[in-house]
Design a protein around this ligand. Sequence first.
Ligand SMILES: Nc1ncnc2c1ncn2[C@@H]1O[C@H](COP(=O)(O)OP(=O)(O)O)[C@@H](O)[C@H]1O
Ligand SMILES: [Mg+2]
Length: 270
Amino acid sequence: MKRIAEGRTAEIFQEHHESVIKLYRSGFPKDAIIYEYEITKQVASLGISVPMVHELVEMEGRIGINFEYIEGKPLLQKMAEHPQELDDFAEILAEMHVTLHRCEVPADERGKPFRKQKEMLAHNIHQAPQLSTDEKHAILQILEALPNGNRVCHGDFHPDNAMVGEKRWIIDWMTGMVGHPAGDIARTLILFRYGTLPEAAPSHVKDQLQAMRERMGHVYFNYYLAHSNLQMDEIDQWMLPVAAARLTEWIPEEEKDQLRSVIRERLKLK
Ligand SMILES: Nc1ncnc2c1ncn2[C@@H]1O[C@H](COP(=O)(O)OP(=O)(O)O)[C@@H](O)[C@H]1O
Ligand SMILES: [Mg+2]
């Protein structure tokens, strides 16, 4: 099998022309993999364009998911290959997010199988070792006052998880949930502003993207605002809890330091 891509959590192998195996790194929590498997099926049944999910597999002690092979490229790669078309790609990304957020999760699926955004955020904020008890308490109170929302949210929507070809597909659903679009947008903005790129990305791609990131975030955000009913301040309210929740992820220390200073600044303003 040929390895065709690699992310932070998994390697992607092409099995034959029609299918790939997303093989998680060893030790990766099994329940999270099963959640991705189930939630991807569920969002497909709601009419969202995702690769078809075939089955769970085990290879050399590692767990994987067998997916339909997507004949397309992630927007991140398109941006690196055609930097002059950056604005167009950032708009496609925003358009995909607007379309996703129109999709409502049926009432009987909220909570199970779809995890709830505010519960997920609260869970992660509780775990964040870099925050004091008082800081956590203040952030959790802010989160509590935010609206629940009933839309499909991706939880990690960025240009490497949006694929385009003859169609468009959203991939990588491990953080998929039911929630408020404003929180999902805040997450994407935080990734654009403070995110570091996977170590595996070639350095020329990294340098190029680092420089273009701010621009992408700007175009993406303006397009989203212009094509949805959300206001900037509704989204801004989610920045603090979403940034705090990200502290529990597998991200570089320098990114955590940066997030922590953003969190402290925002808490001071409250
Ligand atoms: N079904 C698929 N068909 C073709 N390529 C895929 C497919 N799924 C993932 N990929 C490629 O693998 C990369 C990583 O996949 P992803 O599910 O986002 O894993 P990770 O959780 O590690 O980010 C994607 O950016 C894409 O390039
Ligand atoms: Mg990914």
